[in-house]
Design a protein around this ligand. Structure first.
Ligand code: FCB
Length: 440
């Protein structure tokens, strides 16, 4: 059972989230090529080499998808704009059909009484910009600010909120150090540059959006609770290092104009010259802050160069992603944000949810694991609120089963099932649970 609206303060918002490349169908509508198309076309990167060419075909089915949000009694929809759909080459000419699509989407949300919560960048970098060095190139901050201005001018008058970049850690570390996401690099110098440029681009985009008159601007971070694998001081140190480059780097940059020492220990030699001078741009004032939270990790020391650590398997029950279910981590991060970085700034849980296997008739499965996962995390949100943390909303990831990046279409996070052969949508029991809990 999910808690209901009445269990939260008046005005608390409930939403569902998606992203452009994961649902739209990127091959259609005049969008340019992205580094995710290139990454997926490289053998071994993505399960079954699947890509976002068709995805959920949201590009043509968007109206029905927005009806699902409205009928689910949600208040707000977090979606993203594809840079390459709007500006196919990343710089220069705008694809009118792409911009028109988002214009209709925003109007469609407002017509249904839903608030549009926009993310500008959820990972599909236009390939020509990747050719020019992508996140390694400092110029990306200017290219991104130009894109932000195009979007801000066209949609800004009707948005409820806007955030520049989804999950800077994934843009930088996961994609340039671990090589798990596009562009698939494993290079510490590239990583350090991406870690810094992603924040510079964030700051420039906030300036551009504000300049275009867009209000309610925020940032969306992802957090993983870093738990030492054992009681040794070495494991504690390894977990602190992981926590520094994963959870604290981006918050520190924006809210404290500094990077954590444990992360600088490895990254400083590789940062671009003059990085210390960029904090005036990076630390633009924000109106809210978002946390994406799914899991914890057990961190052990490991031989080799910095960061000299490894993830080891933990004991808790796991989702279909193999991610441990650790709801207390959510209130931990909400509390930490308030105490150490954001103070009285409104906080939102901008993503939370779980992948569960696709078994049997999707309309008749109890889907109880997903409902229990959401309920346990909403309980932690309530706990944080009771402690005075200013949490103002919760978004479930995701409205639809979709393209789960390197894991392709096999990992199903949707409240609504998608049959990828027919593209038929079938609301799951978790969707109906939300609809009941949120009914007015
Ligand atoms: C987050 C991403 C989102 C989705 C979920 C499961 O890191 O923002 O696109 O992949 O994880």
């Amino acid at each position: 059972m999910l808690p209901t609206r009445k269990d939260f303060p008046e005005g608390f918002l409930f939403g569902a989230a998606t992203s452009a490349y994961q649902i739209e169908g990127h091959a259609r509508g005049g969008a340019g090529r992205t580094h995710w198309d290139d990454f997926a076309a490289t053998p071994g990167n993505v399960v079954n080499a699947e890509n976002g060419d068709l995805a959920c075909d949201h590009l043509t089915r968007w109206a029905g998808d927005l009806d699902l949000l409205a009928q689910g009694n949600f208040d707000v929809y977090r979606f993203s704009t594809s840079w390459a759909r709007v500006i196919p080459e990343g710089r220069g000419a705008v694809n009118a059909a792409g911009l028109d699509f988002y214009d209709r989407l925003v109007d469609g949300l407002l017509a249904r009484g839903l608030k549009p919560a926009l993310t500008l960048y959820h990972w599909e970098l236009p390939s020509p910009l990747a050719d020019a060095g992508g996140w390694r190139n400092r110029d990306i901050a200017g290219w991104f600010a130009d894109f932000a201005e195009v979007i801000g001018r066209r949609l800004g008058d009707r948005l409820w909120s806007a955030a520049p970049i989804n999950e800077p850690w994934c843009v930088a570390w996961l994609s340039h150090f671990l090589g798990h996401h596009a562009p698939g690099l494993r290079d510490i110098r590239a990583t350090a540059r991406a870690m810094h440029h992603v924040l510079l681009a964030h700051g420039r985009a906030i300036q551009a959006l504000r300049g275009a008159g867009v209000g309610n601007l925020g940032a969306v971070f992802n957090f993983e609770r870093a738990l030492p694998a054992d009681d040794s001081p070495e494991a504690a140190r390894a977990a602190a290092t992981y926590d520094a480059y994963y959870n604290r780097w981006f918050l520190s940059g924006i809210f404290r104009r500094a990077y954590p020492a444990e992360a600088l220990a490895g990254l400083e030699p590789h940062l671009p010259a003059g990085w210390q001078d960029d904090f005036d741009t990076i630390a633009q004032p924000l109106d809210w802050c978002g946390a994406n939270y799914y899991t914890c990790k057990r961190i052990a020391p490991a031989p080799g160069p910095w960061p000299a650590l490894a993830e080891v398997e933990g004991p808790l029950p796991k989702t279909d992603m193999g991610w441990e279910i650790h709801p207390e981590g959510l209130s931990f991060f909400l509390r930490r944000m308030r105490d150490d970085y954001t103070g009285e700034l409104p906080l939102y849980v901008t993503e939370n949810g779980m992948a569960a296997p696709d078994e049997g008739d999707p309309g008749n499965r109890p889907d109880e694991d997903r409902i229990a996962y959401v309920a346990a995390h909403l309980a932690e949100v309530r706990r944080a609120i009771a402690e005075g943390v200013p949490v103002r909303g919760y978004f479930c990831w995701s409205l639809l089963d979709n393209y789960e990046w390197a894991l392709g279409y096999g990992k199903r996070f949707g409240l609504v099932h998608v049959d990828f052969a027919t593209l038929k949508r079938t609301p799951k029991a978790s969707y109906h649970a939300f609809a009941r809990a949120l009914a007015r």
